[in-house]
Design a protein around this ligand. Structure first.
Ligand SMILES: NC(=O)c1ccc[n+]([C@@H]2O[C@H](COP(=O)([O-])OP(=O)(O)OC[C@H]3O[C@@H](n4cnc5c(N)ncnc54)[C@H](OP(=O)(O)O)[C@@H]3O)[C@@H](O)[C@H]2O)c1
Length: 282
């Protein structure tokens, strides 16, 4: 099987374009799911403090027998820890839970415009410390809109390496993607199959029938050919394998356009709008 391509980030680090997401995986099942994914060939895991399963990710990685350096690990700062001292403490705890002395990528999970007096800049400057210390090899953001990114550009020094945002055929999020592309910020597309919500779509099913692949594989391949980074989640071993088999077929330009035309804009979101989301877990 063809290898997963790397995407080169704006600081020279490489990230595998296809990884494995662990949102909503029960902490007790996470180590087994991660081990399964690593066995299949995934070398990039996306977790977050909010998912409460960082320890399971670390355990799965150690049980795999792979060297730490062979796997790209991402985690994210939980919403309750944006104040700089809290962020420092939370980052230490993330490294402890993962059982590692660095992450490959660390993200601000949400901008939270209605919290901390709207200040996500001092949070970002704290992530810049982690980057300079080498404890986060790359730093980035998640769920940032164009106006949030513009503010970071004018008030801080390091350009985020990535912006992890909701992208799938029902919300193609072109405005944010265009800004990111212009400023060399790699886009990570979360919920790449809309948590299963696009898999019955007739346009996607027609293409899937023609190319002899599943609706999930066609949708994931659409992301790959658009150049975004993805990490579909599954706890079903057959699907973990299926979602990795994306590199032995190609979609035509017409297929890509037909899938992109399914965009429903704001109506297509499965998750919250980042301009309105101010949730802090208890
Ligand atoms: N930054 C953020 O705010 C944010 C938000 C959401 C997600 N994320 C990240 O993005 C990752 C992926 O997003 P997601 O987990 O929300 O959703 P997703 O990957 O789009 O979809 C996962 C769902 O689809 C099912 N599924 C997976 N592969 C399938 C296949 N081949 N055929 C049929 N069904 C399939 C899974 O079921 P089973 O598990 O039962 O197989 C699960 O219910 C997350 O795990 C997380 O790392 C980030």
């Amino acid at each position: 099987m063809a290898a997963v391509p790397d995407i080169s980030l704006n600081n020279g680090q490489n990230i595998p374009q296809l990884g494995f997401g662990v949102f909503q995986i029960d902490p007790a099942e996470t180590a087994a799911a991660v081990q399964q994914a690593l066995k299949v060939g995934y070398r990039h895991i996306d977790t977050a403090e909010m998912y409460q399963n960082e320890a399971g990710v670390g355990e799965g990685l150690r049980a795999s027998g792979l060297d730490r350096s062979e796997v790209f690990l991402t985690s994210k700062l939980n919403n309750g820890y944006h104040a700089p001292d809290d962020a420092r403490r939370a980052f230490d705890e993330t490294l402890d839970a993962l059982g590692t002395d660095y992450v490959d990528l660390f993200l601000i999970h949400w901008p939270l415009p209605g919290r901390y007096d709207g200040d996500f800049v001092s949070t970002w400057q704290t992530l810049e410390e982690f980057y300079r210390e080498g404890r986060a090899r790359s730093i980035g953001v998640s769920n940032f809109q164009v106006h949030h990114l513009r503010r970071l550009a004018s008030e801080s020094t390091i350009v985020p390496a990535v912006n992890q945002i909701e992208v799938h055929p029902y919300i193609t999020n072109e405005e944010v993607r265009a800004y990111c592309s212009e400023h060399r910020i790699a886009v990570e597309a979360w919920s790449p199959i809309a948590q299963g919500g696009v898999l019955e779509d007739p346009t996607i099913l027609t293409i899937a029938n023609r190319v002899g692949k599943s609706a999930a594989q066609v949708t994931l391949r659409w992301h790959i050919q658009r150049g975004d980074i993805i990490f579909p989640k599954s706890t079903t071993p057959a699907r973990i394998e299926e979602n990795f088999e994306l590199f032995d077929f190609e979609l035509t330009d017409a297929d890509l356009s037909a899938i992109s035309a399914l965009d429903k804009g704001e109506q297509g979101r499965t998750g919250p709008n980042p301009d309105q989301f101010n949730f802090i877990p208890s």
